[in-house]
Design a protein around this ligand. Structure first.
Ligand code: GPP
Ligand code: MG
Length: 294
């Protein structure tokens, strides 16, 4: 067998991988009403889903404009509840503490954490547009001295080693290799620091990723990990789980309501509802502590 080397030497390796560039392109272009219309309500722009019982009576409203508005408000309430749950697990934190938001999107999660604890936050996103948007929001709120967003790679943030009391990923782990990600969190967190992740993962007790999971991957250009991989990669990187919660039953009402929101749907709703109902996909929260180095 002859191996042909196709002149790879002459092609410079880009600083950002082709995959990362595609992900950045997606988020630089993303303007889904389900994110912008919800965010506009109180200037908390989230890029995650909702949890908790949905008030489905909003669907009974007969005035079409009011019905749309009520549905939008209800979905935002559920997304806000998710952000509050995550933030509640980061603490206790003091106003002098720093927290790191890995994959911060348009910035809502960092604002929620700052409002709760008064802490400093550093959010990182691969999308320059998201970082600019989030920094503008922080300026408008007058919290930009403590709440900052950076256009950087969450695997290689350049932030200060051991400076963080808490860190999190809210639905952003499916864009990266978990070992590299958790190594960066372990580097940034001080000893005993708290890490929280909320994520969609495929349920490997059922086997490989289901068709619905593959559809979700294609939709967001991501690569959803199996549940087991989270625990293996955490163990390899000094992150010790202290609390694990399957949020699948809590998120289903959000997806069932979102499926009926004709003015907001993106087309991925059915895949989520089916995957959660058939058990092949789970919405999981893992809370972990950064173990000592020696
Ligand atoms: C996006 O939230 C979330 C992801 C891209 C991660 C995928 C999440 C899983 C649980 C698999 P968004 O709020 O930007 O998405 P949408 O536009 O659909 O509301
Ligand atoms: Mg959304």
């Amino acid at each position: 067998m002859t191996t042909v080397h196709a002149g790879t030497k002459s092609v410079p390796v880009p600083t950002q991988s082709t995959y990362q560039s595609r992900v950045a392109d997606y988020w630089n272009a993303e303007e889904n009403p389900v994110n912008l219309e919800l965010g506009k309500l109180d200037d908390l722009y989230h890029h995650h889903y909702g949890i908790g019982a949905a008030d489905r009576s909003v669907l009974d409203e007969t005035d079409p404009d009011l019905r749309r508005e009520l549905i939008t408000r209800e979905l935002h309430r559920l997304e806000q509840a998710q952000a509050e749950l995550l933030a509640s697990r980061l603490g206790p934190l003091s106003p002098d503490d720093r927290a790191f938001d890995a994959g911060c999107g348009r910035g809502g999660g960092s604002v929620v954490a700052h409002q709760r604890y008064g802490c400093h936050t550093d959010g990182v996103t691969i999308s320059a547009k998201q970082a600019d948007f989030a920094n503008d929001q922080a300026r408008q709120r007058g919290i930009d001295a403590k709440v900052r967003y950076h256009h950087r790679n969450m695997l290689d943030t350049g932030l200060t080693t051991g400076a963080y009391a808490a860190s999190w990923n809210n639905e952003s782990t499916m864009y990266v290799e978990l070992d590299l990600l958790f190594a960066e969190h372990a580097r940034l967190l001080r000893r005993g620091g708290r890490y929280v992740v909320i994520t969609g993962c495929y349920n490997d007790t059922y086997g490989r990723a289901s068709r619905e999971v593959s559809l979700i991957n294609a939709h967001y250009i991501c690569d959803i990990h199996p549940r087991s991989e989270y625990f293996r990669a955490m163990a390899r990187n000094r992150l010790v789980p202290v609390h694990v919660e399957d949020l699948t039953p809590a998120t289903l009402p959000y997806w069932e309501l979102r499926s009926e929101a004709d003015h907001l749907v993106t087309g991925i709703e059915e895949a989520f509802v089916t995957a959660y109902r058939n058990g092949s996909f789970q919405y999981l929260m893992i809370v972990a502590d950064r173990a000592s180095s020696s």
